[in-house]
Design a protein around this ligand. Sequence first.
Ligand code: GCU
Length: 361
Amino acid sequence: MLKELLEERGLPALMTMRDGSPVTAENWGERRRELLDVLEEMEYGRFPEKIGETTWVETKQERVAAGVAKLHEMDITFPTPDGESFTFPAHVYIPDIASAENKVPAFVFISFGYPRYFPLEELMNEGVVIAEFVMNDVAKDGEDNWSTLLAPHFFPDGKRPGDGTGKIGMWAYAASRLADYVLSLDCVDPARLGVVGHSRLGKTALWAGANDERFTHVFSNDSGCSGAAITRKKIGETFPRICQVFPYWFCENMKTISVSIEASERTPFDQHFLLAAVCPRKVYVASAGEDDWADPTSEYLCCAAASPAWEAQGLCGFAAPDRLPEAWDTFAEGNVGFHLRPGTHFLSRHDWIRYIRYIKA
Ligand code: GCU
């Protein structure tokens, strides 16, 4: 059934190199670079290169979560291409049980603002580090002519080339810089470093995870259009619509493929390229049953479409039954995980618990 449903979408081939040769276990690294290239060129813009060392200072420390964890308020600073530097705040929650002898998983959490999507006490009881930053402390989630926060450090004259990074890329880059700090903590297990975000920040978490191979587990919560959902024949939000309302999330070139539904369905890529760019690491897609704008079916099919990348390397890709998902389904056996939570668009306790199980498995 999934095979037929995928055929109806008419997706560009994932497992064929640009020169027409087949993708194998041996050339995966090259294919992954091709996938990232087309996504950079047409959708998110070039992922900025790291140009120097990240530094940090702690500004405040307090006990939280009924006294079983500490919140470290940090300022994270990194050099920027204009010869200057940029500083953004982060909140890093470390459970007391974490230590050099008892290393724990960590999540870089890209957030809309402290602390709406966040069952703190439960997360601390689970023994995971959470390193959170707020998108609007890095790049404004709105039109600013590239003149505020991080943006002018990339585009000093306000002029952005066709493949210059959009705001999703700037937030994703900040997630990598926060990861620099998280990986310096001797209580963190580098083999279990997650990145997580909801909705526009789910798209961002996927883009961060696709580019930065230190993220071993990449979590997309209800990311939908231009995130984990296949674009071709998607319901709810479309490329033309998202690009019209949120042009600054993407690169300028995206405007050429979002002029019409037809144009956006003729692209040399679809969103299964984004999930596959995480391969051979792990990617997990969460959907909410009533979230028609994001389109859970297109998110589920995207997982199935990306799966061959792992299979070609002898790994388990998406381990799911040959049917569409039902509410409460969780398919977390493979390197591509998925669950469908009943309810509306939100990053809930239900979602977090499954992310923790996946990263601890
Ligand atoms: C809008 C947008 C979505 C996005 C969502 C969010 O609904 O159309 O693409 O995911 O905002 O970030 O909450």
